[in-house]
Write a protein that binds this ligand. Structure first.
Ligand code: NCD
Length: 335
């Protein structure tokens, strides 16, 4: 297998300096070359995951705890599969059945997980900042699998990897210069936030589109262009990324009705035609078909990247777990 570094020689510093972070809290704070390093590392796992034997035992003997305090299908399974494919022992803590329900504080839970000597902890929590709080209390790398409406870094990384693959033939895999329209609940979406940070860092032109009530004020400061008119936002778009209304994070009514929302902000076939002729469609899931995206768009062969995103998720999480545990493993070439 080709060493991933040889794909892009000279793009990042050698050894541990390529990714000098203890954990992965968010895309904020990552340099462009560090994002590229993780994407490059993930390429080898894309290959492995397509083989009948999907096993590399480099994390054998390590224990990874998945602590999900909020619902998840894709992200939790994806992290579990990633850890297992690398040979680690993966343990899932289901918050609904844990002592959290008995009133244990987050810090006490963190101290407990730490005492079990996990080698990496993957956390999802409904409160923004909760993952960083835990990271400050444990000795091992912590990976943010989504904290409130703050960040979801592995989702943004897997989206970037998906785009790089999809545009490999068209633009050599360059994300720089692509016009990407993200539409939905920009206000409450951690996926939107991490993607804005990641895609702008990689040089894309990012447009965000939402009803006024779901668009954070001053969003231009993130280097993106805000739109309330979806048709206008789609003009010339290479990629359309649709997001779910995050009802669980809304206090009160933010949209008049699902029907009205679909009418203005739903991705229908007709509306997709306003983007570039070959424009690609993304969605992190879970989808609300018939609201933010129609089924005939979500399942549009050759244009929808939605299942490809799920595939790339496993590879990205393998890369993150491998890279972040390297110093603890004393991995070769890694200080
Ligand atoms: C997203 C999340 O949990 O933030 N889902 C995911 O991880 N694939 C998006 C969402 O819940 O809408």
């Amino acid at each position: 297998m080709t060493s991933p570094a040889s794909f892009h020689l000279g793009r990042y510093p050698a050894g541990a300096a390529a990714f000098p972070h203890r954990g992965l809290m968010g895309i904020a704070g990552l340099a462009r070359h560090e994002i590229l390093f993780l994407l490059d590392e993930a390429e080898q796992w894309v290959e492995l995951n397509r083989q009948p034997q999907k096993r590399d035992d480099r994390l054998a003997g390590l224990t990874i705890i998945n602590a999900f305090f909020e619902n998840s299908t894709r992200t939790r399974l994806s992290f579990e599969i990633a850890g297992k494919r690398l040979g680690a022992d993966v343990v899932n803590m289901n918050a609904a059945q844990s002592s959290v329900k008995k009133g244990e504080t987050l810090i006490d839970t963190a101290v407990t997980l730490n005492a079990m000597r996990a080698d990496a902890i993957v956390i999802r929590h409904a409160s923004s900042g909760a993952v960083a709080l835990i990271a400050g209390k444990v000795d091992c790398p912590v990976l943010n699998a989504g904290d409130g409406s703050h960040e979801h870094p592995t989702q943004a990384l897997l989206d970037a990897l998906t785009l790089r693959q999809a545009f490999r033939e068209r633009s050599g895999g360059e994300i720089a210069g692509l016009r990407i329209t993200i539409c939905g609940d920009i206000m409450h979406s951690r996926v939107a936030r991490s993607n804005m940070l990641c895609l702008t860092a990689l040089g894309a032109e990012v447009r965000v589109c939402a009803p006024p009530a779901l668009m954070p004020e001053g969003i231009e400061a993130m280097g993106v262009a805000p739109f309330h008119d979806f048709n206008a936002a789609l003009e010339g778009a290479d990629v359309v990324m649709m997001l779910r209304l995050q009802q669980e994070r809304m206090q009160g009514q933010f949209v008049p009705s699902p029907r009205e929302y679909r009418h203005l902000y739903g991705l229908t076939l007709d509306r997709l035609a306003k983007a570039k002729p070959e424009a690609l469609v993304m969605h992190p899931g879970p989808m609300n078909r018939g609201i933010e995206i129609d089924s005939n768009v979500a399942d549009l062969a050759g244009r929808s990247l939605i299942t490809r995103q799920v595939e790339m998720g496993v590879a990205i999480r393998m890369a993150c777990l491998d890279v972040l545990t390297r110093s603890a493993r004393g991995a070769e070439g890694w200080a």
